[in-house]
Each structure stands twice: as C-alpha cells, then as structure tokens.
Design a protein around this ligand. Sequence first.
Ligand SMILES: NC(=O)c1ccc[n+]([C@@H]2O[C@H](COP(=O)([O-])OP(=O)(O)OC[C@H]3O[C@@H](n4cnc5c(N)ncnc54)[C@H](OP(=O)(O)O)[C@@H]3O)[C@@H](O)[C@H]2O)c1
Length: 244
Amino acid sequence: MNARSALVTGASRGIGALIARKFAEQGWDLTLSARSTGPLEELAGKVSAGYGVTARAVTADMAVEEDVVALADAHSGAAGRIDALVLNAGMGSIGPFAEFPARRFDKLYTVNVRSAYMMTQRLLPLLRSTAAEAGTAKVIAVSSLTGIASEPLNSAYGASKAALTSLCETLNTEESQRGVLATAVCPGYVATDMTAPLADQVAPDAMIDPADVAEVVVGLTRIGRSAVIPSIAMTRPGPHLWRI
Ligand SMILES: NC(=O)c1ccc[n+]([C@@H]2O[C@H](COP(=O)([O-])OP(=O)(O)OC[C@H]3O[C@@H](n4cnc5c(N)ncnc54)[C@H](OP(=O)(O)O)[C@@H]3O)[C@@H](O)[C@H]2O)c1
C-alpha cells in the first residue's frame, strides 16, 4: 500500500493545523478541510513543499450535509485508504441554560456531532478495508472535557461533546474487532482562537498547549489493534483534576 493517509477536519488553524503538520512530518498523505479556503490551501502548500507529502485542501462546511458527503468522497476518491479520520472541526457557544436559543443548540449539534456521525458512516467501508489491509484504521474525535465534567454556561456545547464521545464509544463496540478503533480526545482549555475570549479568566500559558493535544492524536495512530482506547481526558496542571 502507499503512504498512510488521514482526513483532518478543522485543519485551517488551531489544534487541527498542528495535527496536520505532525502527520506531514511523518510522511502521511493528507486531506485537509475547513470552511476557510485561504489558510487551508496555504497549509496544504506548506506541508507539501516542506515534507514532500500529498496534501489536498477541500473546503467544506460541516453544517452542510452535502459538504460532509462531498468531503468524505473527495478523500476516498483521491487517497483510496484512510488510516486516520480526525474529527476535529467544532464550534463553541456559551450561554445560560435558561436562555440558550434552540437554533444555536441545533447548530452546535449539527457541526459538532451530526457531521462526525455522517462522516464516519460514509467512510466506514474505507475504514474497514484499510484496517483489513493495514491492521487498524483510527477514528479520532477531538471532543472536550466539558462532555465529562460539566461547567456553567456550557450546557449545549458540553452535551454535543458528550454525544461525540458516546459516538466513539459505541463505534468501538461494533467495529473494533475489525480493527476500526475510535478514541475521543477530551481536553480542557486549550490555548487557541476558541479560548482567546477567556484570556482574562485563564491565562493562555496556563492552558493546555495545542501541540500537546495534536501529539496525543497522532500518537494514537501508533497504537495497534489489541487496545481499544475509548476516550482520553486532558486537563491543565493544578489542584483540580476534572476542570476546564
Ligand atoms: N480550544 C479549546 O479549549 C478546546 C477544548 C476542548 C475541545 N476543543 C475542540 O477542539 C477542536 C478544535 O478547536 P480549536 O481549539 O483548534 O479551535 P479553533 O482554532 O477555533 O479551530 C476550529 C477549527 O474548526 C473549523 N470549523 C469550525 N466550524 C466549522 C464548520 N462549520 N465547518 C467546517 N469547519 C469548521 C475551523 O475552520 P473554519 O473556521 O475555517 O471553518 C477551524 O479549523 C474543536 O472541535 C473544539 O471544540 C477545543
């Protein structure tokens, strides 16, 4: 078979861009996706030139069903295998439970959960055939500690991430004996654009380094098919373990 291949969603910046770079360093073939074509193409160009890998940029909005399907099919058609499906695209939105608008709840679910479900479903035949040939194929979702340990104002986001973590767990019960193994990586606050508005509450240098999240994601691809790792919690240093 050719070089190992990954599809990384939310690759235009933050955690996803770092995951893409780490895969490229190791010679992986890549499909990189997000809504922002410019940064995506720039990253694809940089990793192709820097590491001699194939990196294709596919613009897609995870809130749009046709885009999700087209992205999955673009990867399948071009790569012909998928060793790692990294479900990293996600959005945050906070607000009091008492007032959180249903429309925002629906949007969070569509982007954070539904797109991941549909993408995995669409790529399952390719994940299975890759696992049959290469030993494993990984589904790695960047979920959140808020899906495990609740905090005020994050009812909808936390629920969407709890659902994403559950999706990985159930997938293992059905697919792990075929070598298709899923893990939800669940970090607390990570220093990216998403947490920039919280800088006055938690200093960015006290948050988890996004490179460490990327390292965990890429490290999971080195684990063989004997071990199912349903989820990994990551929290910043300090006296409270289960905290954002
Ligand atoms: N930062 C944290 O504290 C933290 C903690 C736990 C989990 N997470 C999760 O980690 C993942 C990455 O977040 P990050 O911290 O790296 O944040 P970020 O810098 O805001 O990056 C988010 C990524 O998702 C993409 N994205 C957002 N909405 C999208 C949509 N509708 N369709 C397609 N792509 C979309 C963005 O690209 P475009 O805008 O170009 O589409 C971007 O590439 C998310 O799932 C987030 O929930 C973050």
